[in-house]
Design a protein around this ligand. Structure first.
Ligand code: NAD
Ligand code: IPM
Ligand code: MN
Length: 349
C-alpha cells in the first residue's frame, strides 16, 4: 500500500492545541495518510520519566514524516538537562540527522498591520532562513564546575567541522537557486573561528552554484537589516544558534511567531515539521494559540516529504483565504480561538 504514516508528536503547552488543527486540515484532504500519536517532552516525562521515550523515537523512525507541536514546561526547568522537555526535540533532530531546517517567512496579505514594521516594509518580506540544526554550540561539550577560586563556571563548546558546514551550504545554495537566486550567509567571522571556517567552506561550495549570488553578513548587522529592509533578503543560510534567533525575529516582521512553519530535513528529505514557536505556557490551555504555523508546517510536510505539492499549495492558499476573511487569533489582533481559526482554514479548503 502507499498509505503514508504520519507521526503526531503534540508535546506540551499549546503544542497539542495547534497540532490538532494541523491534523484536522491534513485529514480533510482525504489523502492516503495514517496517523499515529505519541507523547514527547514534558508530557512524556510525566507519563514515563523520559522526555523522548524509546517508543516515541521508534515511531518517529518508522513514520514517513513527523508533525511535531512544541515541548517545554516551566514545571521541569529545574530538572537536570538530560531530562528536560527540550531534550526531546534536540534528541529527535540529532537521532534523525535532520540537519537542514527551512524556516520560510513571508507576509500574508492583510497582516501588514499585525507586523510591528511599517506596512510598506513588511509587505516586501519573502525570505527563507536555512538553519543548520545538528551542530554548533547546541551540541558541543557542555559543563559546569567550580574553579579553584570557588567561582561557579559554565561552558558550552561552539564547534563545526567542514563536512557539517558543506552539507548545509549545499542546501542553502539549492534553496536560493529555486527562489530568487540570492544567498546571504550569516556568521560572526570577525570574532569566531567556527564562523571563519563556515565562511571559507561556503565560499568553496559557491563554485558549484554560479547561478546563485552569494553575500556574507555578520549576524549583528543581519539582525539590524532584518528590520531595516527585510525585503532585500531572499535566502539566508546560517548556523544553529544564529538561525534560532533570527527566525523568531523574522516571524514578528511578518505579523506573529504564530505564523512561521518549519521543515527539518535529513539527506533523503525525511523530515520533522513544526512551528518555530514553543509551548507558550503563558497562553496554554486557553484556546488562544494561532494554529497557522502548525497548519503551514503540515503543508511543508506534504511538499517536502511526501512529494505532494498540490495539496500543500491548497493548504497555503486556504490559510491565506481564511486570513483574508478577517478571522484572526489574538496574536494577530483578532479574537478568534485556535479552533475557530482552524475552522476558517477548513472552510476555505
Ligand atoms: P514561545 O515561542 O513558546 O512563546 C513566546 C511568546 O510568543 C509567548 O508570549 C507566547 O504566548 C507567544 N506565542 C508563541 N506561539 C504562539 C502562537 N502559536 N500563537 C500565539 N502566540 C504565540 O517561547 P518561550 O516563551 O521562550 O518558551 C516557552 C517554552 O517553549 C520553553 O520551555 C522553551 O524551551 C520552549 N520552546 C520549544 C520549542 C520547540 O518545541 N521547538 C521552540 C521554542 C521554545
Ligand atoms: C526552536 C527552539 C529550540 C531551539 C529549543 C526548544 C531547543 O527554540 O525550535 O526554535 O533552540 O532550537
Ligand atoms: Mn527557537
Amino acid at each position: 500500500t502507499d498509505t503514508k504514516l504520519i507521526a503526531i508528536l503534540p508535546g506540551d503547552g499549546i503544542g497539542p492545541e495547534v497540532t490538532a488543527e494541523a491534523r484536522r486540515v491534513l485529514e480533510a484532504l482525504a489523502l492516503p495518510l495514517a496517523f499515529e500519536e505519541a507523547p514527547v517532552g514534558g508530557a512524556a516525562y510525566r507519563a514515563s520519566g523520559h522526555p523522548l521515550p524509546a517508543e516515541t523515537l521508534d515511531l518517529a523512525r518508522r513514520a514517513d514524516a513527523i508533525l511535531f507541536g512544541a515541548v517545554g514546561d516551566p514545571a521541569f526547568d529545574g530538572l537536570e538537562r538530560a531530562l528536560r522537555p527540550e531534550q526531546a526535540i534536540l534528541g529527535l533532530r540529532k537521532h534523525l540527522t535532520t540537519f537542514a531546517n527551512l524556516r520560510p517567512a513571508r507576509i500574508f496579505a492583510g497582516l501588514e498591520d499585525a507586523s510591528t514594521l511599517k506596512p510598506e516594509v513588511a509587505r516586501a518580506i519573502d525570505l527563507v532562513i536555512v538553519r543548520e540544526l545538528n551542530g554548533d554550540v547546541y551540541f558541543g561539550d557542555k559543563g559546569r564546575r567550580t574553579t579553584d577560586a570557588g567561582l561557579r563556571e559554565g561552558h558550552d563548546l561552539m564547534r563545526y567541522d567542514e563536512a557539517e558546514v558543506r552539507r548545509i551550504a549545499h542546501i542553502g545554495f539549492q534553496t536560493a537557486a529555486k527562489r530568487r537566486g540570492k544567498l546571504c550567509s550569516v556568521d560572526k567571522a570577525n570574532v569566531l573561528e567556527t564562523s571563519q571556517l563556515w565562511r571559507d567552506v561556503v565560499i568553496e561550495v559557491a563554485a558549484e552554484y554560479p547561478q546563485v549570488e552569494l553575500t556574507h553578513m555578520y549576524v549583528d548587522n543581519a539582525a539590524m537589516q532584518l528590520v531595516r529592509n527585510p525585503g532585500a533578503f531572499d535566502t539566508i543560510v546560517t548556523g544553529n544558534l544564529f538561525g534560532d534567533i533570527l527566525s523568531d525575529q523574522a516571524s514578528m516582521c511578518v505579523g506573529s511567531i504564530g505564523m512561521l512553519p518549519s521543515a527539518s530535513l535529513d539527506a533523503d528529505a525525511k523530515g520533522l515539521y513544526e512551528p518555530i514557536h514553543g509551548s507558550a505556557p503563558d497562553i496554554a490551555g486557553q484556546g488562544k494559540a494561532n494554529p497557522c504555523a502548525a497548519i503551514l508546517s503540515a503543508a511543508m510536510l506534504l511538499r517536502h516529504s511526501l512529494a505532494l505539492p498540490e495539496p500543500a499549495d491548497r493548504i497555503e492558499a486556504a490559510v491565506a483565504a481564511a486570513l483574508a476573511t478577517g478571522v484572526r487569533t489574538p496574536d494577530l489582533g483578532g479574537t478568534a480561538s485556535t479552533r475557530t481559526m482552524g475552522d476558517a482554514v477548513l472552510a476555505a479548503l
